[in-house]
Design a protein around this ligand. Structure first.
Ligand SMILES: Nc1ncnc2c1ncn2[C@@H]1O[C@H](COP(=O)(O)OP(=O)(O)OP(=O)(O)O)[C@@H](O)[C@H]1O
Length: 261
């Protein structure tokens, strides 16, 4: 039980008459790296919000880092979770220096509000910016970065608190081919690092699955189509069902590629 980072039992989310997700049973262990894949509107972000202690289920139970949603103080839980999403990016003030965007993660805030940070924190931020290949941008205003540079800075921020769980919502969205390939390689290195946190990456594209990711969950219309070990789940059949298209899947080395037949 202690190795379970996320556990969802019979989880459903409803808003009025609309069902966002239904009957989800899912668990993520400490050493696992999950991809959540599905078309627009499938419920991926909804799942991730629950995993990030930002949303409660309408039914069923969600445990994150052994804390039960609805019974725990989410403000204590959230610093243990690293989150990178477009919603977070939108909340960062454009004039905020990149270094501060990263270092302020320790206080779960965006918008620098402390005058002084510990040297240890600024050193750690510099190390993470370097790991993501954006160390040279530390003094730049966040609003002046390209989409790809922003994504990398936000992943550095997500790692700043040494989270026990890392949640990445469409980190490669809006990146050009080079930017995507660079990010996939960096996420792959992270996935293969045994000290890296349990991770969940949401995406629409099999091409964005970083080598080293171990498991996949496929979602369609709020329901789980398949889940389990990556190699068992990412199949032509499952993908065709998930995206409601006749898809051809190819594998080249440790990467996947899909197209319509
Ligand atoms: N508050 C709400 N009320 C009604 N419907 C909602 C609400 N929030 C989300 N939805 C709907 O729930 C469905 C799932 O949304 P979600 O954002 O989880 O999907 P997603 O798989 O992340 O989609 P995308 O890939 O487009 O980001 C969508 O059809 C969305 O329109």
């Amino acid at each position: 039980m202690d190795d379970l980072v996320i556990r969802m039992d019979g989880v459903g989310v409803r808003r009025g008459e609309t069902t966002l997700v239904a009957d989800v049973n899912w668990s993520v262990e400490l050493d696992e790296r999950w991809v959540v894949l599905g078309p627009n509107g499938a419920g991926k972000t909804t799942l991730l919000k629950m995993a990030g202690a930002e949303m409660h289920p309408s039914e069923g139970t969600v445990d994150v880092l052994s804390e039960r949603m609805g019974r725990t103080n989410v403000f204590e839980l959230r610093p243990r979770i690293g989150l990178c999403s477009a919603a977070l990016a939108a909340r960062v003030p454009g004039e905020e220096p990149v270094r501060d965007v990263v270092v302020s993660a320790g206080w779960s805030v965006v918008g620098r509000w402390r005058e002084q940070y510990d040297e240890m924190d600024t050193d750690r931020a510099a190390e993470l910016l370097d790991l993501l290949g954006v160390a040279h941008l530390a003094d730049r205003a966040f609003g002046t970065l390209s989409e790809g540079e922003r994504k990398r800075a936000l992943i550095a921020r997500a790692l700043m608190t040494d989270p026990e769980l890392l949640l990445l919502d469409e980190p490669a969205a809006g990146l050009d081919l080079g930017g995507r390939e660079d990010l996939v390689a960096r996420l792959s290195a992270l996935a293969m690092d045994p000290d890296a946190p349990a991770s969940v990456l949401v995406t629409h594209h099999v091409e964005e699955i970083p080598p080293g990711f171990t498991h996949a969950l496929l979602l369609r219309d709020g329901a789980v189509v398949a889940q389990g070990l990556l190699g068992d789940v990412i199949t032509e059949d499952n993908l065709s069902k998930t995206f409601d298209q006749d898809l051809e899947l190819t594998r080249s080395g440790d990467r996947y590629f899909a197209r319509r037949r």
